[in-house]
Design a protein around this ligand. Structure first.
Ligand code: ADP
Length: 163
């Protein structure tokens, strides 16, 4: 039984994240998508909103569970008895940071391996930050995020414009 954790901010989940989730859950028996509850990162969506959107867009995947977490990733992984951590790699710019994180996590918990999945070329340019920027200026984000996320993001931007 292989239990894996795919951690991230998912603020909000994009087709790039979803692609990693769909591919990971073919390899793993159980995939826990860990949603980082870290207000220092000043997320646009609350952790509850991010968990809700992830639940909606992964409802077709029976071996995926969505869980919020805070604190150290290795502590969360140990607590959930996970065998490995999955991370997505888009470009060389991701690599430096991801390598450092993987090596640090290895020092903190040598029993938990980090596994990298390279991005689907179709989504290699895609990040939550870019999607939020486009949505903030009223651009069309249909090709970047699932419909449920598009609706929530446009709603959020409307509310922000009103305040
Ligand atoms: P972001 O960097 O967009 O804020 P997260 O912190 O939520 O995203 O990232 C969670 C994980 O998903 C990281 O390993 C990140 O490299 C990966 N990821 C993000 N966007 C993509 C994408 N378009 N394709 C593949 N992996 C991605």
């Amino acid at each position: 039984m292989l239990r894996t954790i795919y951690p991230g901010s998912f603020d909000p989940v994009t087709y790039g994240h979803l692609d990693i989730i769909e591919r990971s859950c073919k390899i793993a028996d159980e995939l826990i998508v860990g949603v980082l509850n870290n207000n220092a990162k000043m997320p646009l969506f609350s952790v509850e909103e991010r968990v809700k959107m992830l639940n909606e867009v992964t409802c077709h995947l029976p071996n995926v569970v969505i869980e919020p977490f805070d604190g150290l990733l290795v502590d969360f992984a140990r607590q959930r008895k996970a065998d490995c951590i999955i991370r997505g790699l888009r470009a060389i710019t991701d690599f430096e940071y991801e390598l450092q994180m993987a090596q640090t996590n290895h020092k903190l918990g040598a029993e938990i391996e980090t596994v990298f999945l390279t991005t689907n070329i179709e989504y290699s340019y895609l990040s939550s930050t870019t999607v939020k920027e486009i949505a903030a200026f009223g651009g069309d984000i249909t090709q970047f995020v699932p419909e449920a996320v598009r609706r929530e993001l446009n709603e959020k931007m409307k509310t922000k414009r009103r305040v």
